[in-house]
Design a protein around this ligand. Sequence first.
Ligand SMILES: *Cc1c(COP(=O)(O)O)cnc(C)c1O
Length: 383
Amino acid sequence: MTDPLPACEPARLTIDLGAIRDNVARLKELSGNAQVMAVVKGDAYGHGLVPSARAALRGGATWLGVAQLAEAVALRDAGIEAPVLSWLHVPGLDFDPAVQRGIDVGVSAPWALQAIADAARRLGRPARVQLKVDTGLARNGAYGADWTELVRAAGPLAAEGALDVVGVFTHFAFADAPEHPTVRAQQEKFADAVRDVERAGFAIEVRHMSNSAATLTQPSAAWDMVRPGLAVYGLSPVPHLGDPASFGLRPAMSATANAALVKRIPAGQGVSYGHTYAPERDTTVVDVPMGYADGVPRAGSNVGPVQVAGKRYTIAGRVCMDQFVVDVGDAAVRAGDPVVLFGAGEDGAPTAQDWAEATGTISYEIVTRMSNRLPRVHLGEQQ
Ligand SMILES: *Cc1c(COP(=O)(O)O)cnc(C)c1O
């Protein structure tokens, strides 16, 4: 699926929408009767919000999840009518679009309940709300006594008809370590929270807690719905437990370029800013037109893996804003030859996971940080 690039394009991202569709179908298969909410926040982890969302729906996702309300509105603006939940808001946010566009709002605090109820009163129709409980991540969600207060505060607003509480959810701290004691403890706390909302008399449609790692390793935590993000894009959230293929997933994103310039340099000639690399012998270097303005981590200087004309190398010297250099020895590389930064790992090419390991981060960050200077080419849009 690494199509040859048009010669005029220095570098680009290719997104295999068929992979997103198939990954979602696989996650659905792993989740029994639970629905799949494909998480498409952060521009679908860098894969492009709208085409990725559509591909996930084709694969059997029945819900979409985003962090910010603006991301949910962008889905609606594109004509996507599937249920959408957004869960990260700050005081002062205008919730009218959520009520107008039928977007579920995840709520972690009473101030948000009030703001959403105000929007609903203005617009004359109830808002759809899902209550988020903090069961031990200590991040978003209502914790301890705040949770009790949140459930209590929702009661009168629901009775008044300003909102419908339709869901309850939480998020794991350690889903990537299935044996960690918090995994069970959070499931128990969540079961208590579910009892709280049921006792309050709300007509709950969906109870959910599983991110990608839990979807793959804790089938018992699926409840009514799973909420995978990373796995939708074919990357493993638990690389120490298995690669994508071992879970039946395949990476959707490839980052590729064309060699811009190829030349011989003598032994000892320092390469790129600060000369942090110098070849021991006369050699051929390749200038690749992709840099940190495109999202290539500068931490990949002298460690980032790359495939040039079918062969694997490590970046030579510093990654610059627009370009980096590769020492290919005496290989017969020519300007215009294909370069793979990462992809599905075909033919020995590096993966986003390889980049994560080389630069001390996680594959989530590698794909999500790819910038908008790189054109995104979506394969399989019509399927
Ligand atoms: C980002 C996010 C997810 C998806 O997480 P992955 O690890 O990518 O599967 C699910 N739920 C919430 C609340 C999130 O913030």
